[in-house]
Design a protein around this ligand. Structure first.
Ligand SMILES: CC(C)(COP(=O)(O)OP(=O)(O)OC[C@H]1O[C@@H](n2cnc3c(N)ncnc32)[C@H](O)[C@@H]1OP(=O)(O)O)[C@@H](O)C(=O)NCCC(=O)NCCS
Length: 169
């Protein structure tokens, strides 16, 4: 396993992981109409824009030479966030590489980099029903924040998410 900063040549892999992971993880939670509309070219364009900006920072994990997962992190996007608040914006692995410790390695590296930047609190949002991810984050020390439940609309459905937080001592 190797973790490194994302590069522009990783864009096809990032787009593929994003599409496959969403379709695998959120089937039954997010409408099929939305999941089946995800395409590589659209996601590649979004990744090109993401990587051109300095926030969020994007790191990738490789299995052998192949990029099989990514994490995006940076400043906290919540309205009431202070400069000391960091956020894991997204962590996604290819469905073939779940449960092998790669997510844990990506999360540790992301948190270490945020702590090195002086962040004293790290948060993330998880979609209600994504039990594997919620178990994973709680095992890593994140706790659900009271009254944080909010919803957003996706392809006509209301999707609920909860904020998870870890204070760095
Ligand atoms: C969620 C996800 C990133 C987790 O990565 P993973 O590689 O599958 O998980 P790992 O193998 O690293 O972790 C596995 C185990 O270590 C535990 N663990 C992880 N970090 C830990 C930590 N810091 N301390 C102790 N235990 C930890 C996990 O809870 C899990 O425990 P289990 O053996 O009881 O199942 C990955 O499954 C994924 O990409 N899922 C699909 C996309 C997704 O849901 N992303 C999150 C969106 S919010």
């Amino acid at each position: 396993m190797n973790i490194r900063n994302a590069r522009f040549e990783d864009i096809p892999a990032l787009a593929e992981i994003h599409v496959l992971s969403w379709q695998h993880t959120y089937r039954g939670i997010v409408p099929d109409k939305y999941l089946d509309s995800l395409t590589m070219p659209t996601r590649e364009a979004i990744w090109r824009e993401n990587l051109a900006q300095s926030t969020p920072k994007v790191i990738v994990v490789q299995a052998g030479k192949k990029v099989v997962g990514f994490s995006c992190f940076g400043k906290c996007r919540d309205n009431r966030a202070s400069a000391n608040d960091g956020e894991i914006w997204a962590i996604y692995l290819s469905p073939l590489h779940l449960g092998k410790g790669l997510g844990r390695a990506l999360l540790s590296e992301s948190c270490e980099q945020l702590i090195a930047q002086g962040k004293t609190r790290i948060s993330l949002w998880a979609i209600v029903g994504n039990e594997r991810a919620i178990h994973f984050y709680q095992a890593a020390g994140f706790a659900p924040e009271e009254d944080s439940l909010k919803t957003f609309e996706l392809a006509g459905a209301e999707i609920a998410e909860i904020r998870y937080v870890q204070n760095i001592s």
